[in-house]
Design a protein around this ligand. Sequence first.
Ligand code: TNX
Length: 806
Amino acid sequence: MTSKPTLRFGLCKLGCMALAGAMLLALAGCSGSDRPVPAATATADLAAAPRLSLIPAPTRWEAREGQLRLAAGARIHADGSSAAEAAALRIEQLSGRLHGFNPLRAESTQDASIILRLDEAAGLPLEAYRLEIDAERVEAVASTASGLFHAATSLVLLMEADAQGAVELPQLRIDDAPRFGWRGLMLDSARHAQSVSEIKHLIDAMALHKLNVLHWHLTDDQGWRIEIKRHPRLTGVGGCRVPAGAAGQGPEGIVKPYCAHYTQDEVRELVAYAQARHIEIVPEIDMPGHAQAAVAAYPELGLMDPPPPVSADWGVHRVLFNVEEPTLRVLEDVMEEVVELFPGRFVHIGGDEAVKDQWEQSPTVQARMRELGVDSETALQAWLIARMRSFLGERQRRMIGWDEILDGELPQDAIVMSWRGTEGGLVAARRGHDVVMSPSTDLYFDFLQSASEAEVPGRPSMIPLSKVYAYEPIPEGLEAAHHAHILGLQANIWTEHLRRYDRVQHAAFPRLAALAERGWSRPDRRDFGEFLVRLGVLQSAYSALDIRAAQTPFEVLAELRAHSGVQGSETFQLSLVSALDGTRIHYTLDGSAPTAQSPLYSVPIEVQLPAHLSAQPFVGDTPVGTVTRRDLGVAGTRVRSSRQLAPATGGLVLRLEDDTPAANGDDTRTRFDVEIFNPRWIWQQPALNASTRLRVRAGRIPYNFQLHKEESLRRFVPARTPHGELRVEAGCDGVLLAEVPLPADTDESGFLELEFELAPAPASMEAARDHTIDALCLRFSGDTRPHMWVLDQAELILAAAPGKEN
Ligand code: TNX
């Protein structure tokens, strides 16, 4: 196991009080087992006290003096209830993997140092538990199986292994219970599916964070993933799509479909696996939109002639289910089987992004509306949702839908999932609906978490760890009387761009730790810096459990700029940024590891090149994350990748990847940042004084977006030659500095390399020399759909100075 930061609790507190404040001392890393202090019993000043190294932070805890050491061979006593038995198993499995500590079982409490009791009479709420650790033993009590399970998780996370195979535990008492009953994660298995074992791994990771709802997005335009016995083509046809571009083409032009679905046996297996970890799986069958895969499988469910294929595009599609009685019966058949497979309380019916064009244009739908007496397409959707709600209600399931279900009449017991910001949640709660908050502004984990180039494909509008941690589920302005309607919160992992499970994990962790704390812990004790230190402990668990968390949030981003001077004698400025709010960056330039005594970064630094940067964020004196290392050289100031070139403001930026797997078969693909409405790449302050040539590498990827109404926002510059040109301007809409005709296709590698002179009008060349060109703007002209050219990197080539090597 990797080493833990030694954040322990109150023991450290008084022993180190001379240091500046409780937080700092926790950060100072005093583990304090040799520093006895009186038991801290008051709970009033908890906000100021350093916390246990637990995420989510417990509701209440009391520090006691000393440690409890459990030697190898220590025993657990479970009280005979199945709940205690399950908690014992949990401890055995988790402590074995995390600490190499494998306790045995005891027949009686006398022989045991860990006692697990299910005590209904104790009257603890659902999921709540009490954990007491004294000099002799651990006792965990709960009134529910979920409570005892969470106690087991907390216990193992509090253990610290020593070299003799024993574990040490702080003496304490914890009284813990979640703030919200819905602490969820949505997994999109429709756009890209994960294997059963990957989903189990994710469920285990959720349990580690005490999350309790897995919302499973199973159907969408790009795939139907759940086997429905009565309608086998849903998966047989709807479970396969031909990916756009090269990814869908095998050798010799053979199509390479992407197929995946979960059999009913697999679904049952996952439901049981989650249940054993006190996680409820909430299935989602999306309607009336996001229906293209189903309509491709059974065209009679839709309104298109000819029927559409399963979509290989991303975005908002137009395909809707029709509302004929036979279609509704198919949807009810689906729900019937879904209800049999998922014994939980909730079923999600989607309801999002159902663009009504097809309903508006269809005479059959219009006739149906007259027959039903509904006067708008929105009312028709409300009618469909209400019918589904009755069907599910008769089967003792509560219906949930995305916040669009608020448009039109909505039955009172329907739960609203607020995703278009928090407004939907606010309105729904005021109207008396229960609500789950999962706003795209704060909790969409397909949005990138840092400005690092190493971020995986997704949406580069950023949702960093600190933003998730700062999220408050009760919408601002909601009257106290309605607070109880907020059931909780949920992070959504949409997988258009998360092609593999390692990327899903990158998106999920560590942000899920912040989400878990916001869902579980008290809102009044929030300290991001202190959370980061506790996160160190969880990160050790991540590595022990092979949870591939993102490292990018901890990366120190370095930007190097040529400052002034003529070629060969420029000075260089280095700026450093950490995405971790409130941390400080210590750095060195000689490659040595930074410590709290290393220089503290405050303003851009003048550097001599080459230099070897090592930088790390610190909370107080405690380093967080890993060291970022960069070799800095002059060449780096003259090259920019698409991910470093700020796209023009507005529009929709995506981090996309090449559709061709690398020739070496390792499946790494080039990533491009592209503003898909008006693709342009802007190089701010290029070091143009010495350069007159530009080398550009470009890739070509499918343009596979359904933009719907936003289609009109597309701004492609007309081509002047058969295949369009690469244009370089001095600032967008500025003087043209180069216009290079493009070939019909890429070279063999799937890329295109162009090297050309910046040959501006004399006046703009002057401007370039005088350093008054603030930005180079690169774009490709022409409408090349179904493909698009995308910039990979641009490099300024130095003009050979007299008497100097280039
Ligand atoms: C909106 S959120 C969607 C999804 C996309 C997601 C991408 C919601 C209810 N619909 O279909 O995958 O944006 O961020």
